[in-house]
Design a protein around this ligand. Structure first.
Ligand code: FAD
Length: 563
C-alpha cells in the first residue's frame, strides 16, 4: 500500500479532528497540518471565559501543542503557515510560513479554514479600539483591557449573538461597563422573541446596557476613545469596541483555486464532504450544510458539527468503512447568560415560515425537578411541531437549571425521527433532585398527543388581535392573579368555578369563540375541556400569561389592565 500524503488546512476543531482520525486509520501516512495562527487545537469556545477570568490561565486554552501532536499522533503541525493558493490540477498548495514560501504536494487535501469576523458596513471599523474575539491573542488583549487598573473602562459590544453575549458577560464580570448593541429586533436572533426577552432581562440584571433593533452608523475618534453612533442620534463612548456581528468563511484562496462556493463564500460539498475538485475535501464553519428540518443551505458555525465532519471525512478518505454521510445539522446550541441558560435545536418560526412548513407551537413552563424538592426552577420551553404528523421541528428553552438536558433529549429525539407524541414513551431517569416522574420532555409528549389528536386546541401570542377583537377572552386565573394584570375585556371566572358558571360564559361569548387563558396553560387546558364538553368553541393560550408577557416584552405594561 503506498504511503498517503494528507494535507490539512486549519488546525483547530475540524482540521485537528480529521488529522487525528486519519492517523488512527492510517499509521503509515504523512499528515501535515497547516495553521496560519500561532496555536493549534486551541479552545476557541473557551475564549470568552478567559476574558471574564473564569478560565484563569492562558495555557488552559491550549489543548495541544505541535510537540504533543507529534509525540502522540506523529502529525506534522506547522504553525504560522498560511496557505495562499491551491493548484488542484498539480495537487499542491502554496504556503507562506516561517521557512518562507514553498509549495507542498498532497494526495488528499482537507480544508477546514473556519471563518473570519464579518465587517458590516459601519464607518470607522479600523479605529484602534475595535477588536474581535477569534484567537487566543484576541482573548488576551480583551482580558488585559478588562483588568487594566485605569478607570473608567467602557466597552461597546456590536452583535448580541452567542459570542457577543458571552464576551459581554465576560467583560462585565471583570468589572467593565458594557453596552451591547444588536441590529436585529432582539438579542440572540435565532431565539424566538418570547425567549429572547427573558435573556435580555437577565443581561440587564447583570448591569449590561442592552439596545436592540439599532442602526449603527459609524465609529468616530474622540481623543483616542471610540464613539459608536446610532441612527437615532444616540452615541456611546468606549475604550474598547468588540465587533461580533457574524462571520464570513475564510475560503478566498481556495475559491480562487477553483473550489465552488456559494454567494457568501461558503464551500459547497457533497454528502461526504468532497468539493467540486478531485481529492479536495472541506469541513467545518466554512462549509455549506443542509438544515435537517428546513432543507435551507447555509453554514452552521458550531464546534460539534465541525468535529464530526472531520472524523467522517477522514473515514471516507481512508476508505476503511462504508462512507457515512455528514449529518445534516440541527443547529443545537446553548449559551449561559448570567444565572440563565438558553438552548435551542432545530428550526425557529422564521426558518419554518421561510421553508413554507406548517407548524404549531407549544409553550410549557415546567419545573426542572420535583416541586417539593428544594430549589426547583421553572423552565420556559417551547416546541414547534407539525400539526398533522406531530414531527418535532424545533425546540427552545430558557431557565436556571435543567435546560441543557431537555434540549439534548429533544435533539436526540429529532435525530432519531421520533414524533412529539412518541416522547411519552421515553424512559428518562428520575429522582426528586433531578427531575419529575412527569419530566418536561414527557409533558411535551402529552401536550403534543393532545394537539395532534384534537383533545386540545391552542391559540398563540401572535393571535392576540384575533382574541381581542373576535373572541371572548376567558381568564381562568384566581381573582387576585387577574388583578395583577389582564387583557382588556377579559372575563374572569376561576377554573374551579367554571362548571357552575357556563351560562355566564355563553352569554358573554354571544356566539364568539372563547379564547381561554391562565398563568401557564395548565388551568386553561382544564377549562377548555369543560367548555368543549358544553358545546362551546374554545382554544387555550399556549404558555398562558407567562408566555404572553414575554412575547409582549416592554409593551405588556401598556396593554395589560390592572384592577
Ligand atoms: P476553526 O476552528 O475556526 O479553525 C480554522 C483554523 O483555520 C483557524 O485557526 C485559522 O487560523 C485557520 N486558517 C484559516 N485560513 C487558513 C489558511 N489559508 N491557511 C492556514 N490556516 C488557515 N461553537 C460551539 O459549538 N459552542 C461554543 O460554545 C462556541 N463558542 C465559541 C466561542 C468563540 C469565541 C468562537 C470564536 C467560536 C465559538 N464556537 C463555538 C464556534 C466553534 O469554535 C467553531 O464552530 C469551530 O471551531 C469551527 O471549526 P473549524 O475547523 O471549521 O474552524
Amino acid at each position: 500500500m503506498p504511503n498517503h500524503n494528507y494535507v490539512i488546512v486549519g488546525g483547530v476543531a475540524g482540521g485537528m479532528s480529521a488529522a487525528a482520525r486519519l492517523r488512527r486509520l492510517d499509521e503509515a501516512a504523512t499528515i501535515v497540518v497547516l495553521e496560519q495562527g500561532p496555536a493549534v487545537s486551541f479552545a476557541s469556545c473557551g475564549l470568552p471565559y478567559f476574558v471574564g477570568g473564569e478560565i484563569a490561565a492562558q495555557s488552559d486554552l491550549l489543548v495541544q501543542t505541535p510537540e504533543s501532536l507529534r509525540a502522540a499522533l506523529n502529525i506534522d503541525v506547522r504553525l504560522n503557515s498560511r496557505v495562499t493558493a491551491l493548484d488542484a490540477s498539480g495537487h499542491t498548495v502554496s504556503v507562506t510560513g516561517p521557512e518562507g514560501q514553498y509549495t507542498l504536494a498532497y494526495d488528499q487535501l482537507i480544508l477546514s479554514p473556519g471563518t473570519v469576523a464579518a465587517r458590516p458596513p459601519i464607518s470607522g471599523l479600523d479605529h484602534p479600539s475595535v477588536h474581535t474575539l477569534r484567537t487566543v491573542a484576541d482573548a488576551v488583549a480583551l482580558r488585559q483591557f478588562a483588568v487594566a487598573p485605569d478607570t473608567p473602562r467602557r466597552a461597546v459590544v456590536i452583535g448580541a449573538g452567542f459570542i457577543g453575549l458571552e464576551a459581554a458577560e465576560g467583560l462585565r464580570l471583570a468589572g467593565v461597563d458594557v453596552t451591547l448593541l444588536e441590529v436585529a429586533p432582539h438579542v440572540l436572533p435565532p431565539l424566538e422573541q418570547e425567549m429572547a426577552f427573558v435573556v435580555a432581562k437577565e443581561l440587564r440584571r447583570l448591569g449590561i446596557d442592552v439596545h436592540e433593533a439599532v442602526t449603527i452608523t459609524g465609529i468616530a475618534d474622540d481623543g483616542g476613545r471610540a464613539v459608536v453612533s446610532l441612527g437615532d442620534a444616540q452615541a456611546f463612548t468606549a475604550d474598547l469596541v468588540l465587533l461580533s456581528a457574524g462571520t464570513v468563511p475564510a475560503s478566498a484562496p481556495f475559491a480562487t483555486g477553483g473550489v465552488t462556493c456559494d454567494e457568501r463564500g461558503a464551500i459547497i460539498v457533497d454528502a461526504q464532504g468532497r468539493t467540486n475538485l478531485g481529492d479536495v475535501w472541506a469541513i467545518g464553519d466554512a462549509v455549506v450544510s443542509q438544515d435537517a428540518v428546513t432543507g435551507a443551505r447555509r453554514p452552521v458555525p458550531l464546534a460539534g458539527p465541525a468535529q464530526r465532519a472531520g472524523r467522517l471525512v477522514a473515514d471516507a478518505i481512508a476508505g476503511h468503512f462504508p462512507a457515512r454521510a455528514l449529518p445534516h445539522p440541527l443547529g443545537t446550541a446553548i449559551v449561559r447568560v448570567g444565572a440563565l441558560t438558553a438552548a435551542m435545536t432545530g428550526a425557529n418560526r422564521a426558518g419554518l415560515k421561510a421553508a413554507g412548513l406548517p407548524f404549531t407551537t407549544m409553550h410549557l413552563h415546567p419545573l426542572n425537578h420535583a416541586e417539593y424538592f428544594p430549589g426547583a426552577k421553572t423552565i420556559s420551553l417551547m416546541v414547534h411541531i407539525d400539526p398533522v404528523t406531530g414531527a418535532i421541528l424545533g425546540a427552545q428553552a430558557v431557565g436556571e437549571a435543567g435546560v441543557d438536558k431537555r434540549i439534548d433529549v429533544l435533539a436526540t429525539a429529532m435525530r432519531a425521527g421520533l414524533k412529539a407524541p412518541d416522547l411519552i414513551e421515553l424512559d428518562l431517569c428520575y429522582s426528586p433532585p433531578y427531575g419529575s416522574a412527569k419530566d418536561p420532555v414527557s409533558m411535551v409528549g402529552y401536550l403534543a398527543d393532545n394537539l395532534v389528536s384534537g383533545v386540545v386546541k391552542l391559540w398563540q401570542p401572535d393571535d392576540l388581535d384575533w382574541a381581542l377583537h373576535e373572541a371572548l377572552i376567558l381568564d381562568v386565573r384566581s381573582a387576585s392573579e387577574f388583578a395583577t394584570g389582564h387583557l382588556p375585556g377579559a372575563l374572569n371566572i376561576p377554573h374551579t368555578e367554571l362548571r357552575g358558571r357556563l351560562d355566564d360564559v355563553k352569554a358573554a361569548a354571544a356566539g364568539r369563540p372563547v379564547a381561554v387563558m391562565c398563568q401557564s396553560g395548565v388551568r386553561s387546558y382544564i377549562a377548555h375541556r369543560v367548555l368543549v364538553s358544553a358545546g362551546l368553541i374554545s382554544s387555550t393560550l399556549s404558555g398562558g400569561m407567562r408566555t404572553l408577557r414575554d412575547w409582549l416584552g416592554a409593551q405588556a405594561d401598556n396593554l395589560l389592565t390592572r384592577e
